[in-house]
Design a binder for this molecule. Sequence first.
Ligand SMILES: Nc1ncnc2c1ncn2[C@@H]1O[C@H](COP(=O)(O)OP(=O)(O)OP(=O)(O)O)[C@@H](O)[C@H]1O
Ligand SMILES: [Mg+2]
Length: 417
Amino acid sequence: MNIFKRFFSTNKLNDIFTPNTVAKLTYVTRSIIENDLEKYLSLPGKQIVIYGHSGGGKTTLLRNKLRDVKQNFIKTHCESNTTFNDLILQAFDELNRFYISEKTTNTEYSISNELKLEFTGISSQINTLLKESNGEKSVRIVPPQLTPQKLAKFLGEVSCVWIIEDFHKVVSEEKKRIADVIKIFIDAANDYEKVKIICIGAVGTARELIELDNNLNNRIAELFVPLLTDIEIESIVSRGFELLNIGIESDLRDKIVYYSNNLASIAHQICYDLCFHSGIKRMRFFPKKLRSDSFRVAVNSYVRKNSDTFSKIYDAIVCQQYGWNVLKTYEQLEKEALSFEEIKNNIPNNKRPTDEELINYLEQLGSSEYKEIIRLDRNSKKYSISSPFFKAFLKMKFALEQSEQKEINNKKKQKEI
Ligand SMILES: Nc1ncnc2c1ncn2[C@@H]1O[C@H](COP(=O)(O)OP(=O)(O)OP(=O)(O)O)[C@@H](O)[C@H]1O
Ligand SMILES: [Mg+2]
């Protein structure tokens, strides 16, 4: 990086490594999915479902593409108790920034006075209905004028797409209503070609909407966002450190790639922790080299941060005398999915249970008691770890256990001398 750039750069650590927000400076393009997304965005009436593992980069990919093609959007979030009416109201609120506050957006737009008036009318009606419902907890009511057709019109007028995050979380009755609205939006594209709904969901949920309504089959494009490849993660790490003017040893970069388990959010988190604990908060004027031994601090920090969720599951599993061996087999054999025989043979003879006991145990690990951490694929009859985050946690936990054991052994040796 040239001296001029370094002098004027304002790159801050939290703009570069962004485990919880959309990456901009270190964004790695994913050309195949991005091209598909761009194609479907420009096709009037085509609705989109983006799905994949949590932390795989769905939101980041979509937001970067929308900015790239200068597409306006509003976003709403679903929880398990979100109703269809909540979503309509959330979407309406989001439109405020186009109709009322008129903030800067990706694309220019102009709204007819008539529609603007209608929007403010509905807005004040929502507030009046809220004041009237003076129960313990005020519930917002959707006024009759705010139909899905009207919402599509409001969106269309400002050339906006509607992002529904985590649509898979809502109960099926409400999901059915989302599917009905999607049909209305397909229709609305005849008047407003940009308007569309983009649903973002978890891995394995792509077909949910189509299963609810077969008519949607050709009208919804499903885009799978896989976890990032090792090369893509490596590129995030390299780019981020370059922006900070920090050199890292290749050994350290490889470790970050390995332990992040193809999850960009973990790679960002480890890099952030590494820099933070080394006192690097923004781009350095003079280059600095980060040493490999700072890695343990970052790993420790990740394991501690996740101790509530994952440590509980881990501790419960290793309570069983062969539980640790079951988990360790995934690391030792370096495989995503394991057959029953592979798991069994990796348990030492003195601990090995009967086949029936082991089958029951693995079934238990697939139950809600263990957060369904082990998943059995009925077709291949193989067992895999369902959450890539837990897998990343395991890699780090085993590494820490190993280095603790090494320290203990060293101390023992010293005593013997
Ligand atoms: N292509 C990318 N380049 C660089 N960083 C990325 C990329 N994709 C994702 N990230 C980083 O990984 C983190 C997780 O990504 P993101 O939030 O987009 O995942 P997600 O699939 O939407 O997860 P969730 O399902 O939990 O919402 C982001 O904070 C972002 O910083
Ligand atoms: Mg997301």
